[in-house]
Write a protein that binds this ligand. Sequence first.
Ligand SMILES: Cc1ncc(COP(=O)(O)O)c(C=O)c1O
Length: 451
Amino acid sequence: MRCYNLSDNKKILKDESQSLSNAARIKYFDLVIESGKGAILTDVDGKKYIDLLASASATNTGHSHPHIVDAITKQAQKLLQYTPAYFANVPAAKLSKRLTDLSPIEGPVKLAWGNSGSDANDALIKFARGYTGRSNVVSFTGAYHGSTYGSMSASAVSLNMSRKMGPLMDGFYKVPFPSPWYRRNYENEDEFIDRMFDEFKLPFETYVPADEVAVILVEPIQGDGGIVKAPTKYLEKVYQFAHEHGILFAVDEVNQGMGRTGKWWSIQNFPGLEPDLMSVGKSLASGLPLSAVIGKKEIMDSLSAPANVYTTAGNPVTTAASLATLDVIEDEHLLQRSHDLGLEAKKFFDEMHAKFDFVGDVRMYGLDGGIDIVNPKNQKADTDIATKLIYRMFELGVVMITVRGNILRFQPPLVITKEELHQAFDIMEQAMQDEEAGKIAFDAKIGWSAD
Ligand SMILES: Cc1ncc(COP(=O)(O)O)c(C=O)c1O
């Protein structure tokens, strides 16, 4: 047993690196978290940080919320685990009703439990294949659906997610996600949407018969793909195409659901689009391992047990945590809070865009932002500047990471106070000033694009 003193971030990491696989952490900063409260993290040195990552959008209700900790503690004292694969437990039974009622799907809805966003997406694929009797799955470039074979077969955001691990699953096809950086200078929004929809249709017209496709799976607002919303008209066209061809329309709400965008579900930012299936995880139980695939009753009843059971999925403690999480989101009006504070954040980043020529496009959907960092000379993605900025922010007491190398990922806990948010703005602006003045010396390769 090793003994650590405070001031041990680096020492703990060095020791841990002897035993932790390189595949298991995307390297950013030397940070070992000791505790968290609301939007504030404290490391093992006692240094405090404002958290703008919220455990990758898994702690929307903040760190160690007292109501949730209380629910977990009480349930742990009653029953820690009995597998829902065989017998029911009270919190999971209550949650299944509450969550299906909350879903954006009309009519009778059912769900099945999982332990992670990844296995929820695997389950989604199983149910889609089971219901339609078709095998193919269409998803989007830039998508992150998870790290199991099914979910990674549907993903396309990092070469390291498939490198040396293939072959991935058969029957998975990718179409380009209409991210704004693919728009050509001469195109207006409608022309861009038309071209992207033509590209969407191309596989269906040339080598993927639509009547053999079970499901189109999409993050309506991509998370790791850059916090970027599909244009509404584009997704409407995809939705209509799915309906015309008997293809299920499924949404991955693992990252963007649970109030992140100022609505319960990100698909609610697209009025009239109702998914057949959806996956939920991360903040569902405030970061405890719980996920769900939720869908129309007839789809969810198309498979029989044990088609999708896991010993610990729908565990009494995680589902009690989830019930308490839903209470907090409702009682503390976190959807409204995400919306309102998101407007303040948008205003701040727009000001930074006007002030610093390396701050490019600003996208904000509630407390959910992607801010492009670009080379001022050619407006192309600039990973080096983005890396220096987050490194300086970290030194100054803000935890923020990048996605796709050059995009600042802004996803604070939804309970962040106004004061904390404005402190974070001050620190971010300071980091940007330091970058402009050429004061940041950092050239290590970190993050998603490190290799
Ligand atoms: C959109 C999306 N889907 C699925 C997943 C996978 O979730 P998990 O890491 O809990 O397996 C993630 C994780 O980042 C995600 O962002």
